[in-house]
Ligand binder design. Structure first.
Ligand code: NDP
Length: 313
């Protein structure tokens, strides 16, 4: 027999937990599926200094533990399982995890997005020790450093310009000589005297040092893909800005997505194209991607779900 909940939330980042908090406080029976990365992207971040309410900053994993506790206080049930199958063909909706079967009257999707990485060994080694995928989150920690940004899209351009507020210098490295970014963003970056652009180049290896177990990025080796030439560069920080993938494979062919694979929500609401299925956080937002904006849209999804459920009764 499938276990039934009034509201099921898939995803346990700031959007998922905020939706769980609001829905359970509205007296709905709520289960939150935490998936294979409980706490979401913030659990691989160190200090979070831009979430309002934490004047001294807080570590990402600790913050997510507080989010979880607050949702559980009102009765939300955390399930450390991953939903592998969904069926929206009739109500209640059916969900299947690796362990069990569930049904729900309303579903909130908060599965987030995953930053694309270069996928080289040294990147894993210095991840969080000089390498990051979010300039808004971590730029502040690289004051006065030589900073590199990898990528040639709008995000890379935006991050390179933003990082000039902190770095001694910012160098943008792109694998081609043509940019994917919009013309205006490229021109702005080219005109910024604090940004240097290196084209036709990829990161061959990240360089660093390890002292008493503490790792630190110190530079990177670039390879020119046209000439094959290698060059070493000093770097205190490097931001990988080669795009994000929304975690939507579970909903393939079931929910409307935009051309980049993000779930489409209607207007300012969190309604998807299936009544009773709502989406919030990074899985439907490729623009802001902040913990606080994700939490805000999680709140909106819970309110939308609660009102929609009330209309059904
Ligand atoms: P994009 O997919 O647009 O760009 C990714 C960039 O990374 C491309 O230049 C790509 O190179 C490069 N890249 C991809 N994989 C690798 C790799 N393995 N090694 C090296 N380089 C790689 O992602 P963005 O995050 O920049 O943008 C996503 C969306 O968000 C876009 O629609 C963008 O317009 C939008 N956006 C808009 C902003 C704004 O309007 N202010 C700000 C930020 C984003 P290549 O070109 O060779 O494929």
């Amino acid at each position: 027999m499938a276990k039934h909940f009034k509201v099921i939330i898939i995803g346990s980042g700031p959007a998922g937990f905020t939706a769980a908090l609001y829905a359970s406080r509205a007296n709905l029976e709520v289960a939150i599926f935490e998936g294979n990365q409980p706490g979401g992207q913030l659990t691989i971040t160190t200090d979070v200094e831009n979430y309002p309410g934490f004047a001294d900053g807080i570590e990402g994993p600790e913050m997510m533990e507080i989010f979880r506790k607050q949702a559980q206080r009102f009765g939300a049930v955390s399930l450390f399982e991953t939903i592998e199958k969904v069926d929206f063909s009739e109500r209640p909706f059916k969900l299947k995890s690796e362990r069990d079967e569930y049904t729900c009257d309303a579903l909130i999707i908060a599965t987030g997005a995953t930053a694309k990485l270069l996928d080289i060994e040294s990147e894993r080694k210095y991840w969080g020790s000089g390498i990051s995928a979010c300039a808004t989150c971590d730029g502040f920690f690289f004051k006065g450093e030589k900073i590199f940004v990898i990528g040639g899209g709008d995000t890379a351009m935006e991050e390179a310009n933003y990082l000039t507020h902190f770095g001694e210098s910012v160098t943008l490295v792109h694998r081609r000589s043509e940019f994917r970014a919009s013309k205006i963003m490229v021109e702005r970056t080219q005109k910024n005297p604090k940004v240097k652009i290196i084209t036709d180049s990829i990161v061959d290896e990240f360089l660093g040092e390890e002292n008493m177990g503490i790792k630190r990025l110190t530079g990177l080796r670039l390879k020119n893909v046209v000439t094959g030439e290698m060059s070493n560069h000093e770097a205190g920080g490097c931001f990988i800005a080669i795009g994000h993938s929304p975690n939507t494979s579970l909903f393939e062919g079931k929910l409307d997505k935009d051309e980049n694979g993000y779930l489409i929500t209607q207007g300012k609401s969190t309604y998807t194209n299936i009544p009773g299925v709502f989406a919030c956080g990074d899985v439907q937002d490729h623009v802001y991607r902040q913990a606080v904006t994700a939490a805000g849209s999680g709140c909106a999804a819970a309110i939308d779900a609660e009102r929609w459920l009330a209309e059904q009764e």
